[in-house]
Design a protein around this ligand. Structure first.
Ligand SMILES: [Zn+2]
Length: 341
């Protein structure tokens, strides 16, 4: 049977089940125990990264018995992820899929360990990220350069994912997960292999780091621009692709929902370009790379602190990594300058 036929059959089964439950409910039949089969929910799981609430969010998607996690987080928060799932009566063995927006360790690092625990897991990832899930050695080597002393503490263990588990994406796919449809859209900018997932029925866009950092409960939006392959030019096409679909809400890894996507993206884009201009200006005058990084970090921190109370400002700076944002922007500006000269 083809996958289209299978999906049609499962939709029909779900439809028939709904219909019979609707009939049962008219005669006051206790249907509560069936609701988990019909649930079509999105739950924010807080990974409590480095013991901090509201830093890294994973999304649990349940629909008609199908369970998927979007961006499970780093290896260092695997235990928390287990606990968060367990609190909802779910084990890793009950999951069907992992959907990765991109392969940075804070989003995807736990994937290999989850597949080891549940070899049935389908792992969705962009084609350019897939080789690094199979063999994470280059990914780990570049992470080691960024966090020479802290890699293990921050991100824990990163295991490889067997090629058979991978489902390769390019953007443009429509995934059927239970009765939920998710549209996959290629959204590079933060990373060249970044995709976003759109639940167009619920109006939720899972945008990973494409729309920056906005910790739920605050209105301040700021960029996270780590090396190696941020690209401000190409990022604009991703903003357009997100807004075109008119989502009601963005779901950000750092952290949670943002309810006004067009305002959010306008604010984010403005600050992203301003911080790139600031980096260029600092690089023109700084005595050294480390002096440039210090200037960038103090200027951007001062800007954050203007908008947020001290605890929140520090939390934003930690969650996004201002030092990494400097390194990413500096690398992008140099690459761009080299390309035009
Ligand atoms: Zn991230």
């Amino acid at each position: 049977m083809g996958s289209a036929a299978r999906s049609h059959e499962s939709q029909c089964t779900a439809h028939a089940l709904r219909l019979s439950l609707a009939l049962l409910s008219t005669v006051n039949f206790p249907i509560l125990r069936y609701t988990s089969l019909l649930m079509d929910s999105i739950t924010t799981l807080d990974n409590l990264w480095m013991g901090r609430p509201r830093s890294i969010a994973a999304g649990l998607l349940e629909s008609d018995g199908h369970r998927a996690v979007i961006d499970p987080g780093p290896g260092s928060t695997l235990k928390t992820l287990h606990q968060q799932l367990q609190a909802r009566g779910i084990g890793v063995g009950d999951l069907d899929a992992i959907l990765l927006t991109h392969i940075h360790l804070d989003h995807a690092g736990a994937t290999g360990a989850l597949v080891r625990e549940n070899p049935r897991l389908a792992v969705y990832v962009h084609k350019n990220g897939a080789p690094h899930m199979i063999d994470p050695s280059k990914l780990l080597a570049s992470a080691q350069r960024l966090w020479p002393n802290d890699l293990q503490r921050l991100f824990g263990e990163t295991l490889s994912v067997p090629a058979n588990n991978l489902r390769i994406l390019e953007g443009g796919e429509n995934l059927t997960l239970g009765s939920r449809q998710l549209e996959v859209v290629y959204t590079p900018g933060h990373a060249s292999h970044h995709v976003s997932y759109f639940d167009n029925t619920k109006g939720v866009a899972f945008v990973g780091d494409t729309a920056g950092v906005r910790i739920e409960g605050n209105s301040f939006v700021m960029p996270a621009t780590p090396p190696p392959d941020i690209d401000l030019g190409i990022w604009d096409t991703s903003f357009a692709a997100i807004l075109e679909r008119k989502p009601a809400r963005l779901f950000l890894t750092h952290f949670g929902y943002s309810d006004n996507p067009s305002e959010h993206i306008a604010l984010f884009r403005e600050r992203l370009h301003r911080w790139a201009a600031l980096t260029a200006e600092i690089l023109r005058h700084a005595a050294s790379e480390s002096a440039a990084m210090d200037s960038f970090m103090s200027a951007t921190y001062a800007e954050i602190a203007e908008h947020l109370p001290p605890g929140e400002a520090e939390h934003y700076a930690f969650s996004a990594g201002l030092n990494l944002s400097f390194l990413g922007l500096a690398r992008y500006l140099r690459k761009r300058a080299a390309a035009v000269s």
